[in-house]
Each structure stands twice: as C-alpha cells, then as structure tokens.
Write a protein that binds this ligand. Structure first.
Ligand SMILES: Cc1ncc(COP(=O)(O)O)c(C=O)c1O
Length: 586
C-alpha cells in the first residue's frame, strides 16, 4: 500500500514534475506562440500598413493622374466625368448651357401651319385615297389660309399666324401668297432647299430679325446675305473649312482669339487640319471682363489674319462695351484687311446689343444661333451673314494667280463664272464638298421654324426678351444671395447667361489674402469641382478650359430652377467652409 502510495506519490511527483515540466513546456510553448504570434501580428500590421500606404499612395497617385488626365479634357467631356462622380441620384447640373426654357407661340404656329399645309397637300390629291398627298397649289392659297384661320380661331398658334401674315405684308412688303407657298412647301419638306443658301422669303424675314437683334439702332448701310445652317457650331465648321480651302487661312497663319472663349474655338485652330498660331486677347475680370486697349492693340499686328470672338462672351457672359467696339472699329480702319469672325449667339440676352457686324460690316462674318434664345438646341438652327461688300470677296479676287487657278478648278462644276463666286456661296458649296452643292442647304422645315422664331421676335415688343432676361437674372440673384455676395453694382454689359466663380471671388470679402492663397496653392479648381460633384451632386464646369487665366468655375444660369441655384450656393459654401477649416487646422 505504502509502496503503492509511494509509487503513487512517486507517480504523482513524477506526474507533477511531468505536469510541471509539461506546464513549463506549455508555458514556454505558449510564450513562444504568443511571442511569435505577436511578431507575426506585428509583421502583418507592418505589411498591411505598408500595403495600405502603398494602396492609398497608389490611389492618391491614381486620383492625381485621373485629375491630371481629366484636366486635359475639354470642359464638356470633363463635365461627363463630374456627372459620373456625382453618382446616380438627382444631380444639380449647372454645367450645361442648354436652356430649360423655350418659346411656345412660334412652336404652336409651326404645328398649325403644318396642319394647314397637310390640308393643302390633300386638296391637290383628292382623287387618291391611299395616303398619297400632292403639292400645294399657289393659286388661291391666301384665301384658303384665311378660311383655315377662321375655322380654327382661338386655337393656340392661330392668332400668331394671322398676325404674321399681316406683318410680313405691312412691315416687310412681302407677297402673302409667295410667303404662304414657301412656308407650306417648306414645312412639308417636299423639295430640296432652293436657293440652297436660304429660301427667298425666309431670308428676308431672318434678315430683319438679325437687323433688330444684332444691329439695333446702329447706323448700317447696305445689305447682307444669309446662309441658313444647322446651328452656330456647324457654321464654324463650314467657315474654317472653306477659309482653308480658299487660302484665306493657311497652316502657320496667326489668328487672334478673344479669351475666355467657348472651348471648341480654342481647339479647332489647333487641329492638324488648320495648324494656326493663336494669340489670345485676354479679357480682364477686374475690368468687368472687357478687353483692355493694350490687349486690343494686338490686332494691329499685320500678321494677325483674323480676330475670332464670342460676343457676348462665354463663359463671362459680358457683351463688348461701346468703347471697345469703337476701338476695334478704329483698328479695322487702320487694318482694312483684318477678318473678324464673331459668334453672337448670346446677343439677344444682352441689353441694347450691338454686334461688331454693325460697326465693321465689310470685315465681319456674323454667326448667330437660335439655340439659346428660343430654347431650340435640338432644332439646329443658325445663320452666317456677310455684307454685300466685304473684304473676303476682295481677298478672293486678289489671291495669287496660282491659287485662283486652283479655285477656278474647284468651283467650275457649279458655275460658269467660278472666279466671281462670292465668299458666302463658296461657303454653301463647300458645306457639301462642292460636288454636292445642288443638295446643300438647311432642311426646309427647319427654315420654317427659323422664320417663325424670327417673326415672333419681330412682333413681340420684347415681352419675351424681358421675361427671359428677368428669369436668368433672378437665378443669378438667388445664387449670389446664398453665397453672401451682393449684386448691387450691376454691370450694364453683363448678360448673365453664365456666371464665373473663383476661390478669390468667393472669399475675398470675408477672408484674408492668406486663406485664398493657401487654398489656391494647395487645392486645384478641379479638385473642388470633384468634391462638389461627389459630396453635393453639384456639377459646374472648369473655367480654365475656356481659357480663364485663374482657376474658376462656370455656372450656367440657363438650365436649372431658381431654388436649385440656392442649393448650389449652399453646397459651394459648405465645401468652401471645409477648406477654410482645413487651412485653420493645418
Ligand atoms: C459661343 C457658342 N456658340 C455656339 C454654341 C452652340 O450653338 P449651336 O447649338 O447653334 O450649335 C454655343 C453653345 O454653348 C456657344 O456657347
């Protein structure tokens, strides 16, 4: 027993010692495990910190690269990236110049005119019931139109048409029968546009519209030709192409661009097709975005072949003041060879607008688009106008013999006197690569809508104009109120279709120079734009893409409702407050 106990004790002792040895071993093992696991954990932590750092470095690098790549984009493509960043919720997209308003009366008139034209068409094919129409008949069209107006009295668009008929007769001296026939044939789209440059009565009416809106009360001698095109941008494409084909601009020539400017106009001259040198005339924000005399003096350089501008400007949305217009006109007197190309699409939103076309008609190619004022971007309606006596025709007539011979060949298939073909008719021909000149021209239903828009403006006593100007200015007021910026010192030249904001402009009243400089040095304008998009679903465009010299953003006042501009103001304040906090925490 004792032995047993001893054995047991011994066993116990042995067990104990074994156990304690095991425990010690276990402890050691446990300690080792702990030690190694800590090491592993530490190592893993190190690796993950390193990995995360590397990832965030790479992410930051990628983001930087992304921003850098994106900054290469035109503001319009950039806007698409911002929209992606803003996600799929509801976005406040003030990046678009597409208006959210439209004129209704001339559209109602269009549809009613269409119904009348259909009636006319069916009248001349009564014997064919199988949905076959005929051409309208000129004879008696006036009387049938009066019956149509009487039958539909009170229907929207009818009184407009009645007024339009008496207006074109009483004020423009046009023949009602010819006008109605042109409109019916045009709206039915049953013939190629003839003349291809523009339908005859349509041109006379649009001419009056341009006189009213682009020339106003300014003295203007002589007449001008109009080429109806698919919007202002098509006009630019045609003009650049034709000028190159006709040796009016050649690779390596210098042109002057009024800056900031609608981005495509910076890009086109740089394309391989043109390879033009550009000198910029920079409008001065401190001088209400007008050009200083010093900048305008750049036009005195005889190497400058053409001056290309958007007036009122995009994005500053300011019209050239009378002093600048007169100054340019003086330079043109000194440089009668200078070609001016002016895109005046926003002119109708300005108070008392006068185009350079009014002051320098012989030198100026006028481009106008109906897109913005009538809310008709989808219609694609624009015009090019040149004066009957212009330097472009003179330049063509005085080209070197070799070039004249080439152009003689180019245009000989469309006229027996190619050397006498005017600039504007060459423009028409080149819009269809010359050989297809007989199918050139804007579609006739488009021309009809253009005519109705023009007549509307001629007849409306500016009620529509006043309403639109008020609409966009109220939006500006709403935005600026929210930003805490007073608009008391209204600039008479401001058009307010767009407005430009910058860190400087937003903070200069409430914060010191140091904060502004710190933000400008440490945060790019596009970073702020991405933040606005990602966090606030607000999309604005970068001003630098339009050639502004300092970082800025373009806010379109055309395409959102007033309350949405309040929300944009709030979002901008929030993001700016965070940057100011970052500055204080640095
Ligand atoms: C200066 C300028 N010209 C032309 C256009 C476009 O005109 P359209 O729609 O007639 O092609 C725009 C549109 O934003 C513009 O800002």
């Amino acid at each position: 027993m004792l032995q047993f106990r001893v054995v047991c004790k011994t066993m116990e002792a042995a067990n104990h010692s074994k156990n304690s040895a095991m425990e010690t071993e276990n402890h050691v093992k446990h300690g080792e495990i702990l030690y190694y696991s800590r090491k592993i954990l530490f190592f893993l932590a190190l690796v993950s910190v390193f990995f995360l750092n590397a990832c965030s470095d790479r992410r930051a690098e990628r983001e930087q690269k992304h921003v850098a790549i994106i900054e290469e984009l035109s503001p319009f493509e950039f806007k698409d990236e911002l929209i992606k960043a803003a996600g799929s919720g509801s976005i406040l997209n003030a990046g678009r110049g597409n208006p959210n308003f439209l004129s209704t009366a001339p559209r109602y008139a269009f549809w009613q005119l269409g119904l009348f034209a259909m009636r006319e068409s069916e009248l001349s094919s009564m014997y064919m019931p199988e949905d076959v129409g005929g051409f309208p008949q000129r004879e008696g069209i006036e009387e049938r139109f009066m019956i149509f107006l009487n039958e539909n009295a009170g229907v929207p668009g009818i009184s407009f048409l009645a007024d339009a008929v008496s207006y074109i007769q009483d004020h423009l001296g046009l023949n009602v029968r010819d006008f109605l026939y042109e409109m019916c044939e045009g709206i039915l789209g049953i013939n190629y546009p003839v003349p291809p440059r523009m339908l005859t009565n349509s041109e006379k009416i649009v001419e009056q519209y341009l006189r009213k809106e682009m020339i106003g009360g300014h003295p203007f001698a002589g007449d001008f030709d109009i080429f109806a095109v698919e919007g202002g941008t098509a006009a630019m494409t045609y003009i650049f192409n034709m000028m190159r084909e006709n040796f009016l601009i050649e690779h390596g020539n210098t042109i002057a661009l009024g800056s900031p400017i609608f981005t495509p106009y910076i890009e086109i001259p740089q394309l391989n097709d043109y390879q033009l040198n550009i000198i910029y005339l920079n409008a001065d924000p401190a001088n209400g975005w007008q050009y200083s005399k010093q900048e305008l003096d750049k036009l005195r350089d005889p190497n400058v072949k053409a001056f290309f501008l958007v007036n009122p400007s995009n994005p500053p949305s300011v019209k050239l003041d009378m002093e600048s217009l007169n100054y340019i006109a003086d330079i043109v007197r000194e440089r009668p060879d200078l070609i001016i190309l002016t895109d005046d699409v926003y002119g109708t939103f300005a108070d008392d607008f006068v185009s350079l076309f009014a002051l320098c008609p012989q030198n100026t190619i006028l481009v106008y688009s109906f897109s913005k004022y009538f809310g008709s971007t989808g219609w694609r309606l624009g015009v090019v106008a040149t004066h009957h006596q212009n330097v472009l025709d003179d330049k063509l007539a005085n080209l070197p013999q070799k070039q004249q011979a080439l152009l003689h060949e180019r245009y000989k298939s469309i006229t027996t006197e190619p050397d006498k073909l005017k600039f504007i008719d060459r423009l028409v021909a080149d819009s269809r690569t010359v050989a297809l000149n007989h199918t050139a021209g804007l579609s006739t239903p488009q021309q009809v809508q253009m005519v109705l828009f023009s007549l509307y403006s001629l007849m409306d006593n500016d009620a529509y104009k006043t309403a639109l100007k008020q609409l966009i200015r109220n939006r500006k007021q709403a935005l600026y109120n929210e930003l805490g910026i007073s608009l008391e010192d209204h600039d008479d030249n401001a058009v307010d279709y767009y407005t430009i904001l910058s860190v400087e402009y937003l903070l200069e009243r409430g914060y010191g120079r140091e904060v502004i400089d710190w933000i400008n040095e440490n945060i790019t304008a596009s970073e702020i734009l991405f933040r606005l998009a990602r966090e606030e679903s607000v999309v604005l465009l970068p001003g630098e893409g339009f050639g502004t010299l300092n970082p800025s953003w373009r806010v379109s006042l055309a395409n959102l409702h007033e309350d949405e501009y309040v929300r944009i103001g709030r979002a901008i304040n929030k993001v700016m407050d965070e940057y100011i906090k970052l500055y204080h925490d640095k």
